[in-house]
Every structure is written in structure tokens, then in C-alpha cells.
Write a protein that binds this ligand. Structure first.
Ligand code: GLU
Length: 452
């Protein structure tokens, strides 16, 4: 009898994932997007196949799910569900954000935790992959309602996290307000001030540049991709989707680098400003979105010449660069076709898995520059990793130092993608590069641990 494991083909492997995770479409999609590159890779590297490494990474270490009760301002008792998906801690404590949104499901959090494992590995920092959140939607809730929800959520979550165990942060619907309430409750329950969360405000242990890091990092990665092709950002037109933390800071850095940003969006639709969104207009959007919690449609009322397109995505707008920064599966095959018809030069993902499998395939076939999220948006979690180091060392580093560390980290991630993704013709498949480089570090650690 032979004990060596047979390496399945992609469809057989995905059939297995599908039967073990019924109805979890986002999770199955994320695993497929990785497996299509890793299965050929493990065929050439049998030690990973024998260790069943991909199968093991695609099975979360554990998932905690819990009831979260809270009382709204009208004294109604509300019941939501909370989760923490601890996917893999081979290279460091579980690390990844919390998402509060009404479309959060276990499948969404499993896909995000799986992706996070590869992304965090690519940073080279000691961080494993995790993700958590709730179907609670902070939109339209009062500050006190959000506070009561966060306190109730942390009352369950605190026993599963800690600076050497699992370190959550923000994601969609979880910004500095929510992190403040969550950290306050963690500290109250444990009696310890320690770096169990990142994305904190600078007054209480947060890192400079954490807010900007994901969006800036996306543009630093894009700059590296362009410069390898002797191109630069100056003078290029850019279509950006989203108007949250990632989109606004990606737009800010694009503007600073001389690109013309034409669009922003939210769940109601997108605005198109043919004159370009300059820094003053962007500051206005920042106030609208972060302080007033308003809608992007108000931009078209404020600025002449700008148009609001209800319930539409911005991919039909002619541009050199596309930067999807809103949410998963926001860029489908039609969007990809429209961008390619307009001769887009580069697509770089600011959100997690914003391109559908079909859209990503179209970009890869067309051979344009396509920067996948797990590499391109790793700057946020990388600065979270630096926040963890500052917290344990009881130090705080300055903005400039962190910006140069972030720049180097993004250059390093770009270099790893090139190393593992460069074909014989010199063209780089960044998706393959990111998948293989991210996988290899986790896989080597898992092989060292044996079967655990
Ligand atoms: N939610 C962010 C991401 O998708 C950041 C997570 C973190 O800082 O831990 O990478």
C-alpha cells in the first residue's frame, strides 16, 4: 500500500471544498482563485503535496460564532451573530480585521480569513490569518447604539484574542470609532492594556499612518508595477471605486503622484468628475463620509460638472488605471470587458477580492498589469504589524519612518510577486506570483511543525 497522497486536479479539489462548505460561494471562490495556481505548483514540489498543505490551509483552524444582544435607542432588544475565523497561525498570531455589515456571513468571513493568510505571509511579518465580524450594520445607528453593540460583541470575543493569540483590527464598518469602543471593553474585561487590537487612535497606542496605509500601499504597489514597464503615475487617469478608508487614501496618493482621479462610489452609485477630484474636493468627501456619514451622490450637488450615476459601477469610464476599493465581486466580466475595450493599462485591487473569477481571468488573459488584493492591499495589515511591534516595545515611530517602512514593504512584496510570477517572456503574472510566494512561507512553516 502506498501512503503518498495523490494530487487532485483543480475541479476535483474544488468539488471537495464545495461539498464540505455547502452554499459558501465566496469562500469556494477564494479557494479556487488560489488553488488554480497552487495545484500546478505542488505537482512540481511534491513535499507540499504529501503534507496536504493546501487542503489544510483551506480548513480554518477554528471558527467561533456567538450571539450578540444589544439594546437600541428605542429600548428594543436586538440580536445579531458574531464570528471570529482563525484560519491559520503557522507564521504568527492570527491577524485580520473585523467587518460589520448586513451582508456579512460565515462564508464571507471564511474567504477573508483565507485570503488574509496569504496576504499576511507576503508581508514577511509574523502574522497568521484571521477575520471576524458581524451582520450588524453600523450605518444609520447612533454612536451610543454602536457603543453598546461593540461592548456586547467584545464581551464574547475577548476570551479568544490577545497580543500573542489573535489580533483583530478594522475592515468595512469598523473604523476608529468602533475600535475605540472595542478596545475600551477589552481593557475593562481583562484589566490589561495591551496590543490586542490594531487600528487604535494615536492617543492610546495606535500607529501613525495606519489609517492611510492600505490606500497608500495600493498606490506604492501600482507605482512598482508601472515602473517595471517604464511607466509612471503622473498624467494618468484613474477610476477609483468606493469612498471608505481604502478608496479615499488611494485617491489621495494618486493625486499626490500626479494622476487624475475621475470617480468615487458607494452602495448607491458612482460620481464622475471629468475635471478630476483634486485634494480640496477629496477633503470635502472625507468630511462627508467620516464626520457627516453622508452619501457620495451629494458630491454632484456640490461640484458643477460632476455627475452621479445611480446603482452603477464606474468601469465604463475611460481610464488608464482602475482601482477597485469598495468590496468583493464589485468588478464583473462586463466591467472587465469595458476596461479592456478602453485599453486600461493596469488594474490594482484595493478591496479584498473585488474582481470576480471571470473578470480576473479576462485581465490575466489580456496580459495587462493586474495587481491582486492579497499583494496590493497588504500595506494596511503590514502597518498593523508595525503597530504590534510598537505596542510590545512601548515605542511609537514617526510618520516619515513608517512611510518609508511601508514603501519598502510594498517594494518587497512586489519583488516577491515578480520572483514567483515572472514568465519566460519576462511578463509577470502577479496573481500567480502572490499565490505562490504567499503559500510557500506558510507551507514551509507547516511542514516544520509536522502533522498538527
Ligand atoms: N482589514 C484589513 C485587511 O483586509 C486590515 C487587517 C488588519 O490590519 O489586521 O487587510
Amino acid at each position: 500500500m502506498t501512503l503518498s497522497n495523490h494530487c487532485p486536479d483543480l475541479e476535483t479539489f474544488i468539488d471537495g471544498v464545495r461539498s464540505r462548505n455547502p452554499g459558501q460561494d465566496e469562500f469556494i471562490q477564494a479557494v479556487r482563485d488560489v488553488a488554480q495556481d497552487i495545484i500546478p505548483f505542488v505537482r512540481d514540489n511534491p513535499e507540499y503535496n504529501e503534507g496536504e498543505i493546501l487542503r489544510r490551509i483551506a480548513e480554518p483552524d477554528r471558527i467561533v460564532s456567538f450571539r450578540v444582544c444589544w439594546e437600541d435607542d428605542d429600548h428594543n432588544i436586538r440580536v445579531e451573530r458574531g464570528w471570529r475565523v482563525q484560519n491559520n497561525n503557522a507564521v504568527g498570531p492570527y491577524k485580520g480585521g473585523l467587518r460589520f455589515s448586513d451582508n456579512v456571513t460565515e462564508s464571507v468571513l471564511k474567504f477573508l480569513a483565507f485570503e488574509q493568510t496569504f496576504k499576511n505571509s507576503l508581508t514577511g511579518l509574523p502574522m497568521g490569518g484571521g477575520k471576524g465580524g458581524s451582520n450588524f450594520n453600523p450605518k444609520g445607528k447612533s454612536d451610543r447604539e454602536v457603543m453598546r453593540f461593540c461592548q456586547s460583541f467584545m464581551t464574547e470575543l475577548y476570551r479568544h484574542i490577545g497580543p500573542d493569540t489573535d489580533v483583530p483590527a478594522g475592515d468595512i464598518g469598523v473604523g476608529s470609532r468602533e475600535i475605540g469602543y472595542l478596545f475600551g471593553q477589552y481593557k475593562r474585561l481583562t484589566g490589561r492594556w495591551e496590543g490586542a487590537l490594531t487600528g487604535k487612535a494615536s492617543e492610546y497606542g495606535g500607529s501613525e499612518l495606519r489609517t492611510e496605509a492600505t490606500g497608500y500601499g495600493v498606490v506604492y504597489f501600482l507605482r512598482e508595477m508601472l515602473s517595471r514597464k517604464d511607466e509612471e503615475l503622473d498624467g494618468k487617469t484613474a477610476v477609483v471605486s468606493g469612498s471608505g478608508n481604502v478608496a479615499l487614501h488611494a485617491a489621495e496618493k494618486l493625486i499626490a503622484e500626479g494622476a487624475k482621479v475621475l470617480t468615487l462610489s458607494d452602495s448607491d452609485g458612482f460620481i464622475h468628475d471629468p475635471d478630476g477630484i483634486d485634494q480640496d474636493k477629496l477633503d470635502w468627501v472625507k468630511t462627508l463620509k467620516t464626520e457627516k456619514r453622508g452619501r457620495i451622490s451629494e458630491y454632484a450637488e456640490e461640484y458643477n460638472g460632476a455627475e452621479f450615476h445611480q446603482d452603477k459601477a464606474p468601469w465604463q469610464v475611460d481610464c488608464d488605471l482602475a482601482v477597485p476599493c469598495a468590496t468583493q465581486n464589485e468588478l464583473d466580466e462586463d466591467g472587465a470587458e469595458a476596461l479592456l475595450d478602453n485599453d486600461v493599462l493596469a488594474v490594482v485591487e484595493g478591496a479584498n477580492m473585488p474582481s470576480t473569477t471571470e473578470a480576473a481571468e479576462r485581465f490575466r488573459e489580456a496580459g495587462i498589469l493586474f495587481g491582486p488584493a492579497k499583494a496590493a492591499n497588504a500595506g494596511g495589515v503590514a502597518v498593523s504589524g508595525l503597530e504590534m511591534s510598537q505596542n510590545s516595545g512601548r515605542v511609537s515611530w514617526e510618520h516619515e519612518k513608517l512611510d518609508s517602512m511601508l514603501t519598502e514593504l510594498m517594494q518587497d512584496i512586489h519583488g516577491k510577486c515578480v520572483e514567483s510570477g515572472e514568465g519566460e517572456d519576462g511578463a509577470v503574472d502577479y496573481v500567480r506570483g502572490a499565490n505562490i510566494a504567499g503559500f510557500r512561507r506558510v507551507a514551509d512553516a507547516m511542514l516544520a511543525f509536522g502533522v498538527v
